[in-house]
Design a protein around this ligand. Structure first.
Ligand code: ZN
Length: 310
């Protein structure tokens, strides 16, 4: 385990990816969640997305949420955008870090963004240029990087070609999204390895959903290849109980709990993150899937009560 990264950069995506896949919650609750996350030691928070309110009503109050958040020193906040209009809104709201999403699967891209992957890649160049003109950075997220619910497996060559186009268009970094939880450790090893061979200097973030229980195993496979940048959502937010098969991201506190015990630093206060997971549960009004939230960290002990003599 000696060649694992010493330190991870984690991005908390519960307020965006999580809440966008839950029943809508009040604006004040979103603001309180982001502010609580800001106090856990996490380095980055994806706060909102600027999407059309008809497409994702859960994010209709993105501007209000961001206007009410108290930005913390030492935390980088970002916004996800689907297109140029969303990028303009995010930049006008004051974000200096954008993420723009394109799907490696054409069918998924059409369902999600109403156009082909090729058309999204053309639009993406304008988004990156606009971000740079306004002194912001722009990450390109390649979603369905390990598979598509409509097309099945997405060939590695296809993902590499979409990633290559994003880099040619000026993307500052890349993220691979396992949107529907189809990644397994061997598939992570292959895609990350081939990405490193094709684009040795790329800054790469990985975004896993725990849909099929392989989330943390996928993280371990990536850690062993030196990947040090992951998304996670507090409590494992994001599996809407009304959308069959929808499952949240890997839970932030589970990721922190595992890697810190392996000697990998995250900067996150685990107990504080567990407290925020409890807050997230109250916010969405349902039990969240995080097992570290249920059981507590492995170092937590209970007081032994004397056995009564009979
Ligand atoms: Zn996601």
């Amino acid at each position: 385990m000696s060649d694992l990264p010493e330190r991870l950069s984690l991005r908390e995506v519960g307020p965006r990816d999580g809440l966008q896949n839950e029943e809508p919650v009040p604006t004040a609750g979103k603001v309180a969640l982001i502010d609580a996350l800001s106090a856990t030691g996490i380095g980055r928070i994806e706060a909102v997305s600027f999407v059309h309110p008809r497409a994702i009503p859960q994010m209709a109050d993105a501007g209000e949420v961001w206007g009410a958040v108290a930005p913390a020193a030492g935390v980088r906040y970002s916004a996800l955008v689907p297109n140029l209009r969303g990028a303009e809104r995010a930049l006008d709201a004051g974000f200096a870090e954008l993420e723009v999403v394109v799907s490696a699967s054409d069918t998924h891209n059409r369902r999600n963004l109403n156009r082909s992957t090729e058309e999204s890649l053309d639009d993406l160049a304008a988004v990156v240029d606009l971000a740079h003109d306004r002194a912001a950075s722009c990450q390109v997220i390649v979603s369905t990087a390990w598979g598509c619910p409509y097309e099945g497996d997405v060939p590695v060559e296809r993902v590499l070609s979409v990633a290559g186009a994003a880099l040619r268009h000026g993307a500052d970094s890349l993220s691979y999204g396992d949107t529907t939880g189809m990644a397994t450790p061997s598939r992570v090893t292959r895609l990350v390895g081939e990405t490193r061979s094709a684009y040795p200097d790329v800054a790469l973030n990985l975004h896993f959903h725990n849909t099929r229980g392989t989330g943390l195993a996928n993280v371990l496979a990536a850690l062993q290849l030196g990947v040090a940048d992951f998304d996670a959502s507090v409590g494992g937010l994001g599996g809407c109980p009304y959308a069959p098969g929808a499952t949240g991201n890997i839970a932030t506190e589970e990721l922190v709990h595992m890697v810190e015990d392996m000697g990998v630093t995250t900067g996150v206060d685990l107990e504080a993150m567990i407290d925020v997971a409890r807050q997230a549960e109250r916010l969405v009004g349902r039990t969240l899937p995080s097992q570290v939230l249920r059981a507590g960290p492995r170092t937590r002990t209970v007081t032994a009560t004397p056995i009564r003599e009979v």
